[in-house]
Ligand binder design. Structure first.
Ligand SMILES: C=C(O[C@@H]1C=C(C(=O)O)C=C[C@H]1O)C(=O)O
Length: 365
């Protein structure tokens, strides 16, 4: 687990799961203060989140208190000594947040989608040492997420944390936003030194799923959690259904299981290595079989070239799909995954045969 606590607050917080929590929006001084005082009871808490400017899909919804709420934050910061994080979506909001001494800024999903906005914010931050969290863009465009981080790095921001808040779904998921776990995993392979915090509130859209998603995030080695909490969630002016009370949040945090990357028990560790050894052997067999398959595809390609036969053979391909799906089902394998693997293999076969028919060598696939 990367040290999100140190990056965002400059302090360390032991082996806990770092938690950033607070209301979706700062609605009133009382609401914010009561929530924060209750949240202080959770030992994982490293910073408070509070929306000041709220980007809403359609006008007419509560769009945040605006700059005035920064004064409440300042007062509560003084009283509690806690660090506060605020979302900024453009240059003047960034300037106002910095003037108010906000400790951590975050760039929201609706801003990460737009490189112009991210750049505008980055320009205000040039030469300033403030930690910034970058939420994934609304749709699953990994490049924009990485690009957001790169824009901040280019102006000298060093303390950066990515936030996974899920991706737009047109109502096809039980969740408000589709987690698409493969995207943060992919993000990690591109930017291994940037910690990722999961925001289960925005993924779930419903408080009942927050524990489940938080646990899934920890099991994928995410480095912390960002969760919306309100002392009276049902009366919240925004995101009422997904906010939990500080007491509920405390319970969620206690129930979460922090799993280690490797078992401490030496017997279990040896068993793990033995099983991995067997997987290595099987993977090598898979690769050797793929190499043999490739040679057959090449021979068929030469035959097609010499006898003027089309590369793509739908009838044969449909038979393969039917046969391999059926076998996958019998073997208890995930049919969709097996189909995807065969689609990739088929795509590669087509490419190999195209090269043969065009008279090129087939080294590159
Ligand atoms: C190998 C062939 O060419 C293509 C590749 C296929 C494959 O990879 O199995 C199947 C059908 C064709 O679209 C073939 O015609 O059999």
């Amino acid at each position: 687990m990367k040290n999100v606590t140190e990056i965002l607050t400059g302090k360390s917080n032991g082996a806990h799961v770092p938690l950033i929590a607070g209301p979706c929006s700062a609605e009133s001084y009382e609401q914010l203060r009561t929530t924060v005082l209750e949240l202080r009871e959770i030992s994982n808490l490293i910073a408070v989140r509070a929306g000041v400017w709220k980007p809403r899909t359609r006008p007419g919804s509560f769009e945040g208190i605006g700059e005035h709420a920064l004064q409440w934050i300042q007062k509560i910061k003084e009283e509690t000594g806690l660090k506060f994080a605020v979302e900024v979506a453009n240059s003047w909001q960034t300037e106002a947040a910095l003037r108010a001494g906000i400790d951590i800024l975050w760039i929201g999903a609706r801003t990460t989608v737009n490189p112009f906005y991210v750049q505008e914010i980055a320009e205000v931050l040039r030469g300033i040492d403030v930690p910034v969290m970058v939420k994934n863009p609304i749709h699953a465009d990994l490049g924009l997420w990485i690009g957001g981080v790169e824009r901040l790095r280019k102006v000298g921001i060093r303390r950066i944390v990515a936030v996974h808040r899920g991706f737009f779904t047109s109502g096809t998921s039980v969740f408000r936003n589709d987690p698409k776990w493969e995207i943060p995993v992919e993000f990690r392979t591109h930017m291994p030194d940037v910690p990722i915090v999961c925001d289960p509130s925005h993924i779930s859209g419903k408080r009942d799923y927050i524990f489940e998603i938080s646990q899934a995030a920890l099991d994928l080695e995410m480095d912390g959690l960002m969760i919306e909490s309100h002392y009276r969630p049902d009366q919240a002016l925004s995101d009422a259904e997904q906010q939990v009370t500080p007491a509920e949040l405390k319970e969620i945090m206690t129930k979460l299981v922090r799993r280690e990357e490797l078992p401490e028990n030496t017997e279990a560790l040896e068993h793990l290595y033995e099983l991995r050894h067997q997987i290595d052997a099987l993977d090598h067999q898979i690769l050797n079989l793929l190499e043999k398959r490739k040679h057959l595809v090449e021979s068929i390609g030469e035959l097609k070239r010499d006898h003027n036969i089309t590369i793509l053979q739908f009838q044969r391909w449909f038979e393969i799909v039917k046969d391999r799906s059926q076998l996958a089902r019998i073997l208890g394998l995930d049919e969709d995954v097996i189909l995807e693997i065969f689609q990739l293999i088929h795509r590669s076969s087509i490419k190999i045969q195209q090269q043969i028919l065009q008279g090129k060598t087939t080294d590159v696939q």
